[in-house]
Design a protein around this ligand. Structure first.
Ligand code: ADP
Ligand code: MG
Length: 716
C-alpha cells in the first residue's frame, strides 16, 4: 500500500456509485507495515503466471502456502525404502536406453549396493540419455513400486550428484502452481519474499498467548519449510498451530474490517424516525391477525434502530412464509409518520407486485401514497410515477431494480427496504442508498434488508458481521408442515393421479419445470412442452403457465388467475421461487429435483403449506442419481427447518454460493473454513473486540497486512 492517500479512482465502489465522500476509508498514512511491495524486477510472463495464482505482491508470495510436502530429508537404501510413499534414494546408473515396447520410454537402471531400481520416463528429451550415462550418480525421489521387472519408479524427480550433497534439512514444499511456472522457480520466489518482507507481528502477545498461537514469522516460515520431524498429518489437515495462526489472522482481519465499517457508519447521519403511532397504530387495528412473538421482537429492534440519527443496516431474516412483509410495512409506516419516503425493492416483478398488493391492502390511502415503479411501465405512467416520487407525493415507491436507476429522484428517501437482498448486486444496493435524504446533505437512508435464505450462524458471524440481524424464527399459527415425498420419474403416473385428486377436491397445484442451467432458451422450450403435455393429460383442469420470459402484464394476469382459482394447475419455471403466496395451493411437484440446489428446493417448497390444508411437495427425480444429488434429496427430505437446510448447504457448497452478490464486495476466506474453524472464528471475534477498543495501531497494521488496499471498498 502506498503511503500517500490513495486516489479515489483506485476504489472501484467510489468510482462506480458516486459514493458519498464520507464512505469509510481507513487512514492509509498510519500503517507501519508495508507488505504489499511490488514484484518489480520479474518478467511480464512470470507476473502473468503469478497473477493466475492470485499473486500480485511479495506478500502474496508469503501467503502462497504449500499444498503438501515431500520428505527429502532422509536417504533410503533402494531395498529398504518404505512402501506406499515417496522416498529419496541414491544410486549409480548401470544402464540407460530408449525402449519402444510397450511404448516409447526412457529406461534407466540404478544400483546402490542394496538393490537395483528401474526408472521410467515416458516424456523425455533425447538429451537426457547423455545426462544419465552409465556411471552417473543420481539422487531420485518418488514412490517405489514392485512390479514384474522388480523395483521401479515412474517419472521420479532426480538430480545428478557430484561429490557430497547433503540431504535437505526441511520438508520440501509443493505449491499450487500453473503451467510455465515450475516448483523450483516458485520456491525461489517465495524464499526471496520470505527474506525481504517484513514478517514482524501485527498482534500483541496478549492476543496470541491464550490461544497458544505462534508468532506470524514463525508460522509462515514453518509452513514453507517444516522440519523433518513435523507432524505431516496436522499440517495436511490445517490443524497445526502454524496453520491456525494464519487462519486466525485471516478471520481477525475480516472481523476488524467489518467492525470498523460498522463504526464508521455510525458517523454518517440519517433522519431519526420516531415511532409516532399515527399510521402504525391504524395498521395494527386493520390487520386480520396478531403478530407472532418473533415478528414483534424483530419489529421492536427495527423501530429502535429507525429512531436513531444514523443509518440502520439491518437484515431481517425469516423462513419463507414467516411474515416478513408485514414487519417491513410497519417500518415503512414509521418512516411515513415522520414525513419521509420509503422505497421497497424486490428482485423480480412478481415479487415486487405481491409487495405492492400487500402494501395497498394495508395502507389507509393507497391511491395517494403508493407508487409502482418497474421496467414494464408505459412512458406516460412512468413519467407520472417519477414525478410523484420526486415531488414527495408518493410516500412509498414499490418496484424492481428500476427504483435505483439514475432518473429516479426521491424527494426525501429515508428508508430503503430490499427484499431477497442477496439477489441484488452490491452496486445496486449502494445506488439506492445513495439516493440520499435530500433535506439533509450527507445523510443516508436507513436500510432494511430481507432474506428468506437463512444465514447460518458462522456466516452471520463472519461475512455478515457488519450488519445487525433480526430473525423471525417462528411461523404464524395455523400452518401445517409440508410433507415431502421423493418419487422416481418411473412413478410419474402416481403423481398425475395425485394432482387430479387434489384439484378435484378443490385444491390447486404447482408443477415446477426442470432447471436447465446451460440454456435459458432450452429451459423455456421445456416449460412450453411440459405445459402442453400437462394440458393433454388433464383435459378437465384449467392449466396455466408462467415463466421468466412472459411480459409483466401477462405474468401478473396468470398469477392473478391462479390466485383467484381460475387456474388449478400452474406450470412454472423457477420464477415462482420467491414471493408467491397462494394459500389454496397444497400440492407442488418439482420435476428433476435432483438438479436443483438445496436452498432453491427449500424456497420452492415454501410456496405450499401456506393455508390450513395439508400440503405435499413431491420431488420427482430421474435415476441414476449422482452421490451429490442423492445427498441433497436426502437432506431436503429430512429437514424442514430452513436453518438446518442452510447449514447443510454451507457444508456442501462453501460460503461463496450462499453469499450471492455480496461476495463481489467481500473477499472470500482463503485459509479458514467456517465449518471446521468455528473456535478460531469465535476467538477472532473476541480479539477484534479488544483490539478495536485498546490497540488501534495493531488494528491498522493487521488490516494493512491482510487487506492492503482492498479494505476500503469492502463494504456495502
Ligand atoms: P415471507 O416472510 O415469506 O415474506 P409473508 O410476509 O409473505 O412471508 O407472509 C406470509 C403470509 O402470512 C402472508 O399471507 C401474511 O399476510 C401472513 N401472515 C404474516 N404474519 C402473520 C401472522 N402473525 N399471523 C397470521 N398470518 C400472518
Ligand atoms: Mg416475502
Amino acid at each position: 500500500m502506498s503511503s500517500q492517500a490513495p486516489s479515489s479512482a483506485k476504489r472501484p465502489v467510489a468510482g462506480a456509485g458516486g459514493v458519498n465522500p464520507r464512505t469509510p476509508i481507513l487512514d492509509p498514512q498510519s500503517t507501519s507495515v508495508n507488505p504489499h511491495s511490488s514484484l518489480a524486477g520479474l518478467s511480464n510472463s512470470t507476473l502473468t503466471r503469478l497473477a493466475k495464482l492470485g499473486i500480485a505482491s511479495k506478500f502474496d508470495l508469503v501467503l502462497h502456502l504449500p499444498l503438501r510436502y515431500d520428505d527429502e530429508t532422509r536417504l533410503y537404501p533402494i531395498s529398504g525404502a518404505p512402501a506406499g510413499q515417496a522416498a529419496l534414494v541414491e544410486g549409480k546408473v548401470v544402464e540407460c536406453d530408449i525402449k519402444y515396447r510397450p511404448r516409447r520410454q526412457l529406461v534407466c537402471h540404478i544400483a546402490d549396493g542394496s538393490g537395483v531400481l528401474t526408472l521410467r520416463f515416458f516424456n523425455f528429451y533425447t538429451s537426457q540419455l547423455k545426462q544419465l550415462a552409465a556411471g552417473t550418480r543420481l539422487r531420485v525421489f518418488g514412490e517405489i513400486r514392485h512390479g514384474f521387472f522388480g523395483a521401479e519408479m515412474v517419472h521420479p524427480r532426480y538430480r545428478v550428484v557430484h561429490g557430497d550433497l547433503p540431504v535437505s534439512r526441511s520438508l520440501t514444499p509443493i505449491y499450487p502452481t500453473t503451467a510455465g511456472l515450475n516448483q523450483d522457480a516458485l520456491r525461489r520466489l517465495i524464499e526471496r519474499a520470505l527474506a525481504e518482507c517484513d514478517l514482524g507481528d501485527t498482534l500483541p502477545d496478549a492476543v496470541l498467548a491464550p490461544l497458544k498461537l505462534p508468532r506470524f514469522r514463525e508460522a509462515v516460515l514453518y509452513l514453507h519449510n517444516p522440519p523433518p520431524n513435523a507432524a505431516q498429518k496436522d499440517l495436511a489437515e490445517g490443524r497445526h498451530p502454524a496453520w491456525r495462526r494464519v487462519k486466525f489472522d485471516e478471520l481477525l482481519a475480516q472481523q476488524l474490517s467489518m467492525r470498523l465499517h460498522y463504526q464508521r457508519r455510525r458517523a454518517v447521519g440519517a433522519p431519526a424516525l420516531k415511532l409516532r403511532g399515527t399510521l402504525t397504530r391504524a395498521l395494527f387495528e386493520r390487520l386480520p391477525f396478531r403478530l407472532t412473538r418473533a415478528q414483534r421482537r424483530a419489529l421492536a429492534q427495527i423501530q429502535h434502530d429507525l429512531a436513531r440519527p444514523y443509518p440502520m443496516q439491518r437484515l431481517l431474516q425469516g423462513d419463507v412464509g414467516s411474515g416478513k412483509t408485514v414487519v417491513a410495512a410497519l417500518a415503512a409506516l414509521q418512516c411515513m409518520e415522520n414525513g419521509y419516503q420509503v422505497a421497497v425493492m424486490a428482485p423480480t416483478e412478481i415479487l415486487a407486485e405481491q409487495h405492492y398488493h400487500k402494501f395497498a391492502a394495508w395502507l389507509a390511502d393507497p391511491a395517494a401514497d403508493l407508487t409502482w415503479l418497474a421496467g414494464g411501465l408505459r412512458k406516460k405512467e412512468k413519467e407520472q410515477a417519477l414525478a410523484a416520487v420526486a415531488a414527495g407525493k408518493a410516500m412509498i415507491a414499490v418496484g424492481t431494480h428500476a427504483l435505483f436507476q439514475e432518473e429516479v429522484r426521491f424527494h426525501n428517501l429515508a428508508l430503503a427496504i430490499v427484499d431477497e437482498q442477496h439477489r441484488f448486486g452490491v452496486h445496486q444496493r449502494l445506488a439506492l442508498r445513495m439516493k440520499g435524504t435530500q433535506p439533509t446533505p450527507g445523510a443516508q437512508p436507513h436500510q432494511l434488508m430481507m432474506s428468506a435464505t437463512p444465514i447460518p450462524r458462522t456466516l452471520a458471524m463472519s461475512y455478515y458481521a457488519d450488519l445487525d440481524v433480526s430473525v423471525i424464527d417462528e411461523m404464524p399459527p395455523g400452518r401445517n408442515p409440508v410433507s415431502t415425498r421423493l418419487v422416481s420419474e418411473a412413478r410419474r403416473d402416481e403423481v398425475i393421479r395425485r394432482i387430479r385428486d387434489a384439484c378435484i377436491a378443490g385444491s390447486q397445484a404447482y408443477w415446477v419445470c426442470p432447471l436447465i442451467e446451460e440454456s435459458e432458451a432450452l429451459q423455456l422450450k421445456t416449460a412450453l412442452a411440459t405445459y402442453e403435455g400437462l394440458q393433454r393429460t388433464f383435459p378437465e383442469l384449467k392449466v396455466g403457465l408462467v415463466h421468466g420470459r412472459l411480459k409483466p402484464e401477462e405474468k401478473s394476469r396468470v398469477m392473478q388467475a391462479f390466485q383467484e382459482g381460475a387456474i388449478q394447475l400452474l406450470v412454472a419455471t423457477t420464477v415462482i421461487e420467491v414471493g408467491v403466496d397462494v394459500t389454496n395451493a397444497t400440492l407442488m411437484v418439482i420435476e428433476h429435483a435432483e438438479r436443483m440446489g438445496l436452498s432453491q428446493l427449500h424456497q420452492l417448497r415454501g410456496r405450499v403449506g401456506r393455508g390450513a390444508g395439508r400440503s405435499t411437495c413431491i420431488l420427482l427425480y430421474q435415476n441414476p442419481l449422482t452421490a451429490a444429488a442423492r445427498e441433497r434429496l436426502k437432506i431436503i427430505f429430512e429437514n424442514h427447518d430452513g436453518f438446518e437446510v442452510a447449514r447443510h448447504d454451507l457444508r456442501l457448497r462453501g460460503p461463496g454460493e450462499l453469499l450471492g452478490a455480496r461476495q463481489s464486495g467481500v473477499p472470500l476466506l482463503r485459509f479458514a473454513d467456517l465449518s471446521s474453524d468455528v473456535d478460531l472464528l469465535e476467538a477472532a471475534r473476541k480479539a477484534a473486540d479488544t483490539l478495536v477498543r485498546e490497540n488501534a495501531p495493531a488494528v491498522r497494521a493487521h488490516l494493512a497486512r491482510w487487506l492492503g488496499e482492498r479494505h476500503d471498498y469492502l463494504k456495502v
